[in-house]
Structures are given as structure tokens and as C-alpha cells.
Design a protein around this ligand. Structure first.
Ligand SMILES: Cc1ncc(COP(=O)(O)O)c(C=O)c1O
Length: 424
């Protein structure tokens, strides 16, 4: 049960969860019914979509599709209304003060790049420091590296402890005169660690340092309230929160957005243009150059409405129980080593099985119908720090069940036996 809703009812909302894989025909065909029932445990990479979202996107393209903010016709007005009401849905979901603080982007990566190349280019000088953590995804590292090269900045890193938690005791010493911004993931996409963003923001703000939160893994699993967190910027991706790919959000405090120059130039983001200059549109349109992903925004709003119906507290509670169950079951396998054991953790678990290569493990699981991720999960420096080249990652969502976790554990037992017999 997620809140008061039985798991079976939730799973019915997600048609893809009942497909079979590796049958006699392509997925979805009658012939595929000879295959294995899908166990989808790759939710940190992307999530599946409920009917609410599928239908909202279908309805949008079937009935309302037009370009927004430009057309003086009924369809255009309807499309604009849907796009802008999707922004209000995001504002309410994040508890932002105003919709002027909600910028639609392609995803987390583009949202972080927006901050780096708009705010960063304007405000940073040679010798300035950006404070990151050792557990950042490449999206919250590589853009900073590019700007650091361009401007002569220094990147510094908050270390992680043995258990995979962030060593926040090091913070007071790491935030110095030159620190101009702190950028931190809300939840590690490798270790599962949930960082205490509120305390980090509070400490950084005492020193006058703004904070960017990479909430790509946080927003889909935790109740998030930007006013309570106190952060200055927060980024997340629609596709990780049950919405389509190609839509995401940058939340930023209005005062900061007002001061920032545009990220990209083109249509939509201008108020008036001459051959030699232009003046910018008002917030948030100043940051949305070109035709936006309206269908994606409509899908995102539908996903957020669905989640509000479930209740993010209920989602968190259910996923927490399922994660603990999974950790307990994985603990029964002698050869499984789990990476990340922080007290506050989310519903993804990275592990290795003896000295088997994670790709072999993932392939074995796939043959059993179980989808996991294997690799460095776009966090190569972190893997290097842990002395690993890759891990297997099982990432759970509220639509996963204990039975699915049991199938994972059984399949891992099978993999252990299979590879120990040297049959490969
Ligand atoms: C913590 C974290 N940050 C950023 C990203 C990048 O998200 P996207 O590829 O949707 O822009 C991911 C995706 O895996 C992530 O897990």
C-alpha cells in the first residue's frame, strides 16, 4: 500500500509494467507473451509513465497542439494556457513563491548549464572557488569544469565518509573568502545518500554563499519544499519523475533570475529586437529561448498532479520500507557488496557480486527479465575514489514490490551459481 492505495492499483496505472521481455516476438506483441515478466529496477535512469501522463500528452497533441505565446488563434491560446498552467503546477509542487521562479528546461543537465553559463559567467572571476561534493553526477561537475577552464576558477570538493555520507564537518573549513557557490546533489545517484540540504544551505548562507541543489534524484522520492530548503537554485528532470523526456525545471530565486543574463538567445526570450540589439522578455521567459516542449510540460504537470494525489510522504514511506527490505535480502547473499550505507538513504542500491563484472551481472539479470543499470552511472570520479570501475545499480520506485525484489535476489543467486560453475 502506498498511503491508502493498494500496490496492485498503482501498478495498473503503469501499463508498461505488465510487459514481458525476451519472448518470441518484439515487446508488446502477442508472441512476446512467452517471455519473462518485466521487473523494472532502473528508475534512477528514467521512470515509467502512468496513464495520467500518457493520456495528458495524447490529449494535448490530439486537441490543443499549437505554438505558444505567439499565435493569435484559439488553439494557440489554449496551448499557451496549458503550458502556463503546467508552470503553476510545478510552482505549487516545489512550493516556490511565484511562477516567475520556474524555468522550463530540457532537464537537470540543461538547468545546471543555465546556472553555470548565465549566473557563473556573470558573477565569477579568476581565483574564485566553487564548492562541490565528491558524489556529484557529471552534470553537476563537467559544466563547472568548463567554466573553471574559461575563467581560471578552482573547484573544491566536500569529501565523503566511509559510509557514503557527506562529511559536513569539513564544510566550515572548506567555505572560504573565495567560495562563490556551493553545488550539491540532494540524493546521490550511486550511494543513495540523502544529503541534509537544509543544514548545508543554512551554513553556506551564513557565509553569504548561494547554493544550487541537483534534485534529479531527490524530487522523485522526497517531499521537496524550496522555501523550507532555502536553496537559491534547484534543478530536476521530468523523465525521472514519471513525465516525458526532454522537459525539466530550474527553480531559482526571483532576485537572482532578474540579475542573470539570458542563457540562450532567440525567439520567446525577447521583448523587442533591433538589428544591433535586443531587450529581454520578463521572467521566466527570458530563459526560455525558442519553441518550448509544451507537450512535455503538460505531461510533467500531469505527473506532479498524480504524485500529489499519492502524497510524497506516502511515496517516501513506502520506498523506505522497500529499500530496507531489499538491503536485508541482498544481505543474505554472501558475495554481494553494497556501496553506500548512510543513515539517510533513498531507494537506490549500488552493489557488486563477488568479482563478477557488473555488465555480466546486468546481462544475466536482463535474461531473467530484470532491468538494472551497470556502469559508472555518470559518476566516474566517485567510482575512482571508491576504487571501482563500475557497479550494478538497482533503483526502486513506489510501483515496485517485494516480489520483484525477491526475483532480483533469486536471479542474483542464479548468477552466482552460473558463473561459479564456469559456464560462461
Ligand atoms: C544526480 C543526477 N544529476 C543529474 C542527472 C542528469 O539528469 P538528465 O540527464 O535528465 O539531465 C542525473 C541523471 O542520471 C542524476 O542522477
Amino acid at each position: 500500500m502506498v498511503g491508502r492505495i493498494p500496490l496492485s492499483a498503482i501498478r495498473e496505472e503503469f501499463p508498461i509494467l505488465s510487459v514481458r521481455v525476451h519472448g518470441d516476438g518484439p515487446i508488446g506483441t502477442v508472441e512476446s507473451s512467452t517471455g519473462k515478466p518485466l521487473v523494472y529496477l532502473d528508475n534512477a535512469a528514467t521512470t515509467q509513465k502512468p496513464r495520467h501522463v500518457l493520456e495528458a500528452v495524447y490529449r494535448y497533441y490530439k486537441k490543443y497542439n499549437a505554438n505558444v505565446h505567439r499565435a493569435i488563434h484559439a488553439l494557440g491560446e489554449q496551448a499557451t494556457a496549458q503550458y502556463e498552467s503546467s508552470r503553476l503546477e510545478v510552482r505549487d509542487f516545489l512550493r516556490a513563491v511565484t511562477e516567475r521562479e520556474i524555468v522550463f528546461t530540457r532537464g537537470t543537465t540543461e538547468a545546471i548549464n543555465l546556472v553555470v553559463f548565465s549566473w557563473g559567467r556573470k558573477n565569477l572571476r579568476e581565483g574564485d572557488e566553487i564548492l562541490l561534493t565528491e558524489m556529484e553526477h557529471h552534470s553537476n561537475l563537467v559544466p563547472w569544469q568548463i567554466l573553471a577552464q574559461e575563467k581560471g576558477l578552482e573547484l573544491r570538493f566536500i569529501p565523503i565518509r566511509e559510509d557514503g555520507s557527506l562529511d559536513t564537518d569539513a564544510l566550515p573549513r572548506l567555505i572560504g573568502e573565495r567560495t562563490k557557490l556551493l553545488a550539491v546533489t540532494q540524493m546521490s545517484n550511486v550511494l543513495g545518500t540523502i544529503n541534509d540540504v537544509r543544514s548545508i544551505v543554512s551554513l553556506a548562507h551564513q557565509r553569504g554563499v548561494p547554493v544550487l541543489v541537483d534534485a534529479a534524484q531527490g524530487v522523485p522520492h522526497l517531499p521537496v519544499d524550496v522555501r523550507d530548503l532555502g536553496c537559491d537554485f534547484l534543478a530536476f528532470s521530468g523523465h525521472k519523475i514519471f513525465a516525458p523526456m526532454g522537459i525539466g525545471v530550474l527553480y531559482a530565486r526571483e532576485a537572482l533570475l532578474e540579475e542573470m543574463p539570458p542563457f540562450q538567445g532567440g525567439g520567446e526570450m525577447i521583448r523587442a529586437v533591433w538589428y544591433d540589439r535586443a531587450i529581454w522578455n520578463e521572467l521566466p521567459h527570458k530563459f526560455e529561448a525558442g519553441t518550448p516542449n509544451v507537450g512535455g510540460a503538460v505531461g510533467l504537470a500531469a505527473a506532479l498532479r498524480y504524485l500529489r494525489g499519492l502524497g510524497m510522504e506516502n511515496v517516501r514511506r513506502y520506498e523506505d520500507l522497500l529499500t530496507r527490505y531489499t538491503l536485508r535480502r541482498l544481505g543474505e547473499l554472501r558475495q554481494v557488496v553494497v556501496y553506500g550505507n548512510a543513515a539517510r538513504r533513498g531507494s537506490l542500491i549500488s552493489f557488486n557480486l563477488g568479482d563478477l563484472h557488473p555488465h555480466d551481472v546486468a546481462q544475466y539479470l536482463d535474461a531473467e527479465g530484470i532491468a538494472v543499470r551497470a556502469g559508472h552511472h555518470c559518476a566516474q570520479p566517485l567510482h575512482r575514489k571508491l576504487g571501482l570501475s563500475a557497479t550494478v545499480r538497482a533503483s526502486l520506485s513506489f510501483y515496485n514490490s517485494e516480489e520483484e525484489v525477491d526475483r532480483l535476489v533469486e536471479a542474483l543467486q542464479g548468477a552466482e551459481e552460473f558463473f561459479s560453475r564456469g559456464l560462461h
